[in-house]
Design a protein around this ligand. Structure first.
Ligand code: PMP
Length: 427
């Protein structure tokens, strides 16, 4: 006898490759069948059978106000009655641009797109157009969306020369993408030595959230800044995930390091499809129609998405609002650590701002991507399934960070910790 979700997954798989529109949703990496969401409400997400889960994914980051936050929904509804898209300039775009400039310390001009992928793709084109150089440095384990030249994995042997990590990407499309190890400054120095005056930009998740949550060690980010300055290379912070999350002003504010360009997404759209490229005005003005770097989009700056983003950022930037979410995140993490210790489970949790990581390992000094690869993925998968059975939805992959929202109040955290206690007591 098939469960409802299995029936739905079978139907989905007949008409959609793998049954999903983004691979991680398939729950394949945790060896499970995905649920089919019908509703989100505050800290909760509901499935096809009306099961209710505490949600620590939050649509992979955007939902920092939780699901269906009333002011955001009202704004979207109001705006929808005025038409869904115009393909013309609107004042809403100016308002959101001004708001982001207020919050993010190193953005002088900004252009809106509809996804994080578009943002990083355009940022790299801009960096190449501005510097008139071709090479870029990317870090293994950092994810910047699915543009061809960013789908690169470490080749056999040397770390530095990447190979396409996806079928369908010609090797010639990735030949200008150089790879380094996150938190390994010597690696980056070598690349600058080997490719003198050839490197247009470094693109980095300043706080990676796509290889679990990893933080920079030993002033890694400011050392990158110095290397970029010495080599006339641009520094691109991909803050699609860390922006408005590790601190309100992102990693650049938290670590006080100045990127030339910043890419944003997720929270900036409040749950609607938005991405953005921002940075130094003299660089940004190289975008068409002023400059020679082409960049465009039919639905870019979509009025409903702008409204949703604006309301979200307005609320998020109210005094002490961010701090409140950060406190809840810290409560969650310290609670998890207490329970893991109580039952002697080889795992721990750590947070930064409103993001957190779950590490199934005894290694307390996670620094490199390899530290995550070497953690106990099977144990994580077991934990994921048991938690889902107990009404808590964590990201269905050991390589993803977790997200907390303003709706994760004390009761939600307490219920989460009780579920974890139950799972670990029988682990
Ligand atoms: N950059 C980072 C750091 C991301 O985490 C993501 C998505 N998880 C992207 C870019 C791509 O964004 P999108 O999925 O909206 O294309």
């Amino acid at each position: 006898i098939m469960t409802t979700k299995e029936v739905l997954f079978k139907r989905a798989s007949k008409v959609i490759p793998g049954g999903v529109n983004s691979p991680v949703r398939s729950f394949k990496s945790v060896g499970s069948t995905p649920f089919f969401t019908t509703k989100g409400e505050g800290a909760y997400i509901y499935d096809q059978d009306n099961n209710k889960y505490i949600d620590y994914v939050g649509s992979w980051g955007p939902l920092i106000l939780g699901h269906a936050y009333p002011e955001v929904i009202t704004a979207v509804q109001e705006q929808a009655t005025l038409g869904l898209t115009y393909g013309t300039a609107t004042e809403l775009e100016i308002l959101l641009a001004e708001k982001v400039l207020d919050i993010m310390p190193n953005i002088e001009k900004i252009r809106f797109v509809s996804s994080g992928t578009e943002a990083t793709m355009s940022a790299i084109r801009l960096a190449r157009g501005y510097t008139k150089r071709d090479k870029i440095i990317k870090f293994t384990g950092c994810y910047h969306g699915h543009a061809d030249h960013l789908l690169v994995a470490a080749g056999s042997g040397a770390l530095t020369l990447g190979v396409p990590s996806s079928a369908g990407v010609p090797e010639s499309f990735t030949e200008h993408t150089l790879l380094a190890e996150y938190n390994n400054i010597e690696n980056v120095k070598e690349l600058f030595d080997n490719y003198k005056d050839k490197i247009a930009a470094i693109i980095i998740e300043p706080v990676p959230g796509n290889m679990n949550l990893i933080v920079p060690h030993d002033d890694f980010l400011s050392k990158l800044r110095e290397l970029c300055d010495a080599n006339n290379t641009l520094l691109i912070f991909d803050e699609v995930m860390s922006g408005f999350r590790v601190s309100l002003g992102g990693a650049q504010k938290l670590y006080n390091v100045k990127p030339d360009l910043t890419t944003l997404g997720k929270v900036i759209g409040g749950g609607m499809p938005v991405g953005a490229i921002g940075g130094r005005a003299d660089i940004m003005d190289n975008f068409a129609p002023l400059g020679k770097v082409y960049q465009a989009g039919t639905l870019s700056g979509n009025p409903i998405a702008m409204r949703a983003g604006l309301v979200t950022l307005d609320i998020l930037s109210q005094k002490d609002f961010f701090k409140k979410i950060q406190n809840q995140t810290e409560k969650l993490v310290s609670g998890i650590n207490e329970i893991a210790q109580k039952y002697n489970i080889k795992m721990y949790a750590k947070s930064l701002g409103t993001m957190f990581g779950l590490y199934f390992t005894e290694n307390k000094n996670i620094k490199f991507y390899s530290d995550i690869i070497n953690s106990d993925i099977d144990s994580f998968n077991k934990f994921f399934k048991a938690m889902l059975n107990n009404g808590v939805y964590f990201a269905p992959s050991a390589y993803e960070a977790g997200f907390v929202s303003i709706m994760h109040d004390d009761i939600v955290i307490k219920n989460t910790l009780e579920a974890i206690d139950e799972v670990f007591s029988a682990y």
